[in-house]
Design a binder for this molecule. Structure first.
Ligand code: NAD
Length: 498
């Protein structure tokens, strides 16, 4: 931590000095059953930030018992939505007071630019408030108009809900996941990713300080194959929400299937951007460069396949190369930096391997940036952005690279564009770029994914359901009213009319 020490705010220093950091179970700090820990590092320097206690199956069991006890006996699940709302707002206020602490922890643990980490903290706060308010206004009893009977449905919380998250947006995804579950009156058990457990552990502590009943929020850092697997197969959970790769998602769904536990999967993507020749070429190129370099391209839904009309293809390539050449790469806390490191050496090697395999299969390398000397001198895991071009039957065009790499291909006409954008196993998000809004809407509706954006990429307003289809997910409804109802079970109540 020598390189960073002077930049750390005192509360972050104090938090990291508590290493090894523990789980939060039933409101208490909890050390793993076998005492095992694992280091979490700053991807920008490679330095260890803290050791973290990694939970074993018996610790997972303890967390689920704590969540069940809080559900059954703390009064949390029986509170009126208004009374629960008061507690949740108090918790959100405590997060907001510590906004800069959360942002610095998140930036360092993920290698995420500080301003982006700060916006993730704001997003967490907004999502929590959105669902807290919604829960206060949702009718739990819904009358059913049927002849000869008085009938209605009644909705109640379900019990302990489990969440497994990836490393790219830890706190933001915490919010997307747990906000509807908590607002509905459930208790939660969260398993953050191995590489980025810090903001979620800190969140567990803030929940305790804010006075949420012990066991309402439990945080289980640990290994996917151990802690994650034990959580997914635990019969005590009532709902599972998994965000991560399709490969692991399938295993989590299998484990939940055995216990008949409903599972929601938010998985990977290979987002397309269809660019018609009536756009402002420079402005669109700038926006797509921003999309593919956003968090160093480690964004599930970002635009990674750029399908560009033949008539503007060369101009478009020229404009994107120009934008990439001026991109400032550096440490996530450094001012003026536009792109930080990638999460780990493993991820760096994965991206570089796609670049070489893509070329071996015939793709042309249109551009590859350079990592600045100052960053090369550190032990951080930097990957400069790159552009590949060629046919879509290429490993770099088919598979999720999860780095700052775009794959370009030209198209002839609208029909050709739709065929090309849909030539993928994924179905998360695509965008279409055109001044002709009739055409843009036509293409938006023809693209086979759960999210279609027009003249922008990466849009997540609260109230608009976000989800994935095909290899990108199952369940969906994130950020919308649907997710709140996913965490409420319905009972039908019927009485014959006299
Ligand atoms: P990953 O699937 O490797 O890991 C995700 C989580 O699963 C981690 O917490 C990990 O510890 C855990 N895990 C690993 N093995 C497990 C097992 N056997 N049982 C239970 N849990 C296990 O994914 P990642 O590399 O952390 O994240 C990148 C992936 O996440 C990409 O595919 C990306 O597109 C996807 N993602 C999707 C969304 C979305 O909203 N659709 C959002 C962010 C990331």
């Amino acid at each position: 931590m020598s390189q960073l020490n002077s930049q750390l705010i005192p509360e972050v220093k104090e938090f990291l000095a508590g290493s090894p950091l523990k789980a939060v179970i039933g409101g208490e700090d909890h050390t793993s059953a076998n005492g095992g820990t694992c280091a979490t590092r700053d991807p920008g320097t490679g330095e260890v930030l803290a050791e973290v206690s990694f939970m074993q199956p018996e610790d997972v069991d303890a967390a689920i018992q704590a969540a069940q006890a809080a559900f059954d006996r703390s009064g949390w699940s029986d509170l009126s939505p208004q009374a629960r709302g008061v507690l949740l707002h108090r918790f959100i206020d405590e997060v907001e007071k510590r906004r800069n602490i959360f942002a610095q922890i998140e930036a360092l643990d993920c290698g995420k630019l500080l301003r982006q980490a700060d916006s993730d903290v704001q997003n967490f706060i907004d999502t929590m408030r959105y669902y807290t308010e919604m829960a206060m206004h949702v009718e739990r009893r819904a009358p059913l108009a049927v002849p000869h009977y008085d009938a209605y449905t009644y909705r109640a919380p379900v019990g302990p809900c489990a969440f497994i998250f990836p490393w790219n947006f830890p706190l933001l995804l915490d919010g997307w996941g747990i906000a509807p579950a908590l607002a509905a009156g459930n208790t939660v058990v969260i398993k953050p990713a191995e590489d980025t457990p810090l903001s979620t552990i800190y969140l567990g502590r803030v929940a305790r300080e804010a006075g949420l009943p012990p066991g309402v929020i439990n945080v289980l850092p640990g290994d996917g194959e151990v802690t994650g697997a034990a959580l997914a197969k635990h019969p005590g959970i009532r709902r599972m929400s998994f965000t991560g790769s399709p490969e692991v998602g399938r295993r989590v769904a299998e484990a939940c299937g055995r216990n008949l536990v409903p599972v929601k999967l938010e998985l990977g993507g290979k987002g397309g951007a269809v660019v018609f020749d009536d756009v402002d070429v420079e402005a669109t190129a700038t926006q797509l460069v921003q999309a593919v370099t956003f968090h160093s391209g480690q964004v599930c839904c970002t635009a990674t396949r750029w399908i560009v009309q033949k008539t503007i293809y060369d101009r478009f390539v020229e404009a994107t190369v120009k934008c990439l050449q001026s991109l400032r790469i550096g440490h996530e806390l450094q001012r003026g930096v536009q792109m930080g490191p990638v999460i780990s050496e493993k991820q760096r090697q994965r991206i570089l391997s796609y670049l070489s395999r893509g070329q071996e299969q015939g793709a042309k390398l249109l551009y590859q940036g350079e990592t600045p000397p100052a960053e090369k001198a550190r032990e951080g895991t930097y990957v400069a952005p790159a552009l590949l071009a060629g046919l879509l039957e290429n490993v770099a065009a088919r598979e999720e690279i999860f780095g700052p790499v775009a794959y370009l291909t030209p198209f002839e006409d609208e029909e050709d564009a739709i065929r090309k954008v849909n030539a993928t196993d994924y179905g998360l998000a695509n965008s279409v770029w055109s001044r002709n809004l009739d055409r843009a809407h036509r293409v938006a509706e023809a693209m086979e994914a759960a999210n279609s954006w027009i003249n922008a990429h990466n849009l997540f307003p609260h109230g608009v359901p976000y989800s994935g289809i095909k290899k990108s997910g199952l369940g969906g409804g994130v950020l919308s009213e649907q997710a709140l109802f996913d965490y409420l079970r319905a009972t039908s109540v019927v009485r014959p009319r006299e």
